[in-house]
Design a protein around this ligand. Structure first.
Ligand SMILES: Nc1ncnc2c1ncn2[C@@H]1O[C@H](COP(=O)(O)OP(=O)(O)OP(=O)(O)O)[C@@H](O)[C@H]1O
Ligand SMILES: [Mg+2]
Length: 496
């Protein structure tokens, strides 16, 4: 079970609405202290804190990129921006403007589009992708289709195997990044935006961008779908501060009510030790109903709490940060939605992360199995040892630890290509080792022949030596006998 990734972003001071004094002091990239107007201090820690000088690209890299990559691998993901009005939620999501050309200001949405098309352009011929985009807003508790304003009360339905669905919502098929941005821009133009004292262009609705990434493995007749949902919430506001009245006041009340419903769902989800309270009030608002999958744990979810760094907004920042701190305790167990056979729509199945890992690892396991069949145990052990040293294979003795460390970690395209690379390297090394092995065997044969020849020469020399010894001994014997005869003759001649 993975936790929801919760980050905080402080926008730069805005001279029109902020006072000069700052309410936060940085500790590191994950923690800081917030001081309120009563001089009370609160320490907060999140997965990452983006301070006033943070770049749009930093937020994308940390918070969104892993989720986008998962969506390409058919794991649902949700990114939510939450916070006080004017705190930078829409700026983070869209950038200065959705068609922004300044790379520093480009928001999450155009970066998501870039990454999606980059990832699918990298995939081989055996995989085809279809990307569809829907955009809705929840305005005054009604779900409106931003691509077709005549659909102004879309119903939310729950379907087994698909989760929460928006009935009859327009889905635009997008074929490239440029087209996606055009659609996004036209949808955004239809959003309800109003001017308040806190924000010249305040979002008066919750906006939901849904990218459906359909992946088809042509050889294996398998279709899987990843849904990537980006949610730009309307801001919580103190009506006395925003100067809301009339319609704007009604909007503010509805926004605050649905954000309270969101808070209640998070409280219910985190109030029991196992995250399973008896009743989770998803149905209390359209927002919580639509976010049911994201909050209920079947999606890879990231929450960005946007705050003002100014002391005059510290009480709103405090409540945003408390919301984020609470959400950190929600746990998610991810699933990949997959159809085994395109011809049979009823075969839709949900795979757990571990199943998914097995599926992704499958081709490599098959290669390894084949190699195991071909090679003898000793060569295989040598190869395995070398790869463990290189870090390309995990030490089998550590497998349990590795499994637990990787719980909730999924195969991004890089990981898959890294594994492909590793298995290619494995095959190359095996071929090289087999070649070395053959050369060594040939050398051994030559050495064996040389050894046999030397052995024969040795044997021959030894025989010769033995013979020479014998002759030498015989010579010595004869000499000795001759001397003795001579000596005897001399003695006999002396006596006579
Ligand atoms: N990180 C940032 N860098 C530069 N300007 C920012 C940043 N964040 C927000 N702003 C500016 O602050 C103003 C308010 O931001 P934005 O509209 O994103 O707020 P919001 O949280 O969406 O508010 P609302 O809830 O009212 O819609 C905008 O003019 C925006 O350009
Ligand atoms: Mg906004």
């Amino acid at each position: 079970m993975a936790h929801i990734c919760v980050c905080t972003r402080f926008r730069p001071l805005n001279s029109k609405i902020d006072d000069e004094s700052i309410c936060i002091s940085r500790s590191d990239s994950q923690s800081f202290t917030l001081k309120d107007e009563k001089d009370e201090q609160y320490v907060f820690s999140f997965d990452k804190v983006f301070y006033e000088d943070s770049e749009q690209a930093d937020v994308y890299e940390f918070l969104a990129r892993p989720i986008v990559r998962d969506a390409v691998n058919s794991i649902n993901g949700t990114i939510i921006t939450y916070g006080q009005t004017g705190a930078g939620k829409t700026y983070t999501m869209e950038g200065g403007n959705i068609l922004e050309t300044d790379d520093r200001k480009k928001g999450l949405l155009p970066r998501v589009v870039d990454e999606l098309f980059e990832a699918i352009n990298l995939c081989g011929d055996t995989t085809t992708y279809k990307i569809k985009l829907s955009m809705v807003e929840i305005y005054m508790e009604r779900v409106r289709d931003l691509f077709d304003l005549s659909k102004d009360n879309i119903q939310i339905k729950e379907q087994k195997g698909h989760g929460i669905l928006l009935s009859g919502v327009t889905e635009m098929l997008i074929s490239d990044g440029e087209e996606a941005l055009k659609f996004l821009s036209s949808g955004i133009a239809n959003r309800a935006v109003g001017e308040t004292q806190m924000n010249m262009a305040s979002s008066r609705s919750h906006c939901i961008y849904i990218f459906t990434v359909q992946k088809e493995l042509t050889n294996e007749k398998r279709v899987s779908t990843g849904k990537l949902v980006l949610v730009d919430l309307a801001g919580s506001e103190k009506v006395e501060k925003t100067g809301a009245e009339g319609r704007v006041l009604e909007e503010a009340k509805t926004i605050n009510k649905s954000l309270s419903a969101l808070g209640n769902v998070i409280n219910a989800l985190t109030s029991s030790p196992h995250g399973k309270a008896n009743h989770i009030p998803y149905r209390d608002s359209k927002l919580t109903r639509i976010l049911q999958d994201a909050l209920g744990g079947s999606s890879h979810t990231a929450l960005l709490c946007c705050c003002s760094p100014s002391l005059c907004n510290s009480s709103e920042s405090l409540s945003t940060l408390r919301f984020g701190a609470r959400a950190k305790h929600i746990k998610a167990s991810l699933r990949v939605s997959c159809k085994e056979d395109m011809s049979d729509k009823n075969q839709e199945t949900s795979l757990s992360p571990n199943d998914m890992k097995l599926k992704v690892f499958d081709p490599h396991q098959r290669i390894l199995k084949k190699l195991k069949e071909k090679l003898d145990a000793e060569t295989l052990n040598l190869i395995e040892e070398e790869f463990v040293v290189d870090g390309l294979l995990s030490d089998p003795s550590l497998s349990e630890e590795v499994k637990s460390n990787h719980e909730g970690v999924f195969m991004a395209p890089e990981t898959i290509s890294a594994w492909k690379e590793a298995s290619n390297k494995l095959v190359e090394t095996i071929v090289e080792l087999e070649k070395d092995n053959r050369t060594l065997k040939d050398e051994c044969e030559v050495m064996k022949v040389e050894y046999d020849t030397m052995k024969n020469v040795n044997r021959f020399l030894k025989a010769k030596l033995r013979k020479a010894y014998a002759y030498l001994l015989m010579g010595w014997g004869f000499c000795l006998l001759g001397f003795m005869c001579l000596y005897l003759c001399m003695i006999v001649s002396c006596i006579l």
